[in-house]
Design a protein around this ligand. Structure first.
Ligand code: GTP
Ligand code: MG
Length: 193
């Protein structure tokens, strides 16, 4: 796939009342600061389509991007940012759970994992949710530029097992900085849609 057109459509606080088009959705999820917004910008050849921040917790709403007038790419709020209140964290988790249980057009989830980090409790919870909703998933190992080239494949190949995925999950090595993984990810879109 080639991304010819990418538009920001809207930010949604309450998915239950959101008016959106009946087109396929592909969602991007992962802990705060893992690189979700950067990935969207890199894929869409844009510097500022999605807001990137060095301070975690930037994306607090569900952001919808429409790609090639064909499907929505959904930037979900990052989880696990320690400095937000319990109430806010609870709100996030309800928002994500609602979305995952009610988005009938959701065809695939890209679960982003920082290649340097061990999966957190919330990553495990996310993996369980994804599997319990039976949504097909691909793991994206982000920030691959941060570890030695020789180690990347091996470290990334362990993620699926570490996240207790029942099926061996396709894993893509990715880095916006080193410009890695874009073509593989775009090819994945073709497979999904
Ligand atoms: N080294 C490196 N840093 C990256 C890469 N991708 C993103 N970053 C940095 O990681 C930080 C967070 O990136 P974002 O794209 O805002 O992360 P996010 O997952 O959208 O974060 P939230 O919206 O807070 O959930 C920024 O400082 C980025 O510059 C990468 O491939 N390599
Ligand atoms: Mg973001």
């Amino acid at each position: 796939m080639q991304i010819k057109k990418a538009q920001f459509i809207k930010s949604i606080a309450d998915y239950s009342t959101a008016k959106i088009e009946n087109i396929p959705q592909i969602a991007i999820i992962g802990r705060s600061n893992v690189g979700k917004s950067s990935l969207i910008n890199y894929l869409c050849n844009s510097k500022k389509l999605a807001k990137v921040s060095s301070s975690p917790g930037k994306t607090r709403l569900i952001n919808l991007f429409k790609i090639n007038e064909q499907f929505y790419l959904v930037d979900l709020p990052g989880y696990g940012y320690a400095k937000v209140s319990k109430t806010e964290q609870e709100r996030w988790s309800q928002m994500l759970e609602y979305y995952m249980n009610n988005s009938d057009n959701l065809q695939h989830i890209f679960l982003l994992m920082d290649i340097r980090r061990e999966p957190s409790d919330l990553d495990h919870q996310m993996s369980l949710w994804i599997q319990s909703c039976a949504i097909p998933c691909t793991i994206i190992a982000t920030k691959c530029d941060k570890i030695a080239k020789s180690k990347r494949k091996q470290v990334a190949s362990l993620l699926s097992d570490k996240l207790a995925m029942t099926f061996r999950t396709h894993t893509i090595l990715f880095s916006t900085l080193a410009k890695m993984g874009k073509q593989e990810l775009l090819a994945r879109f073709d497979d999904i849609l």
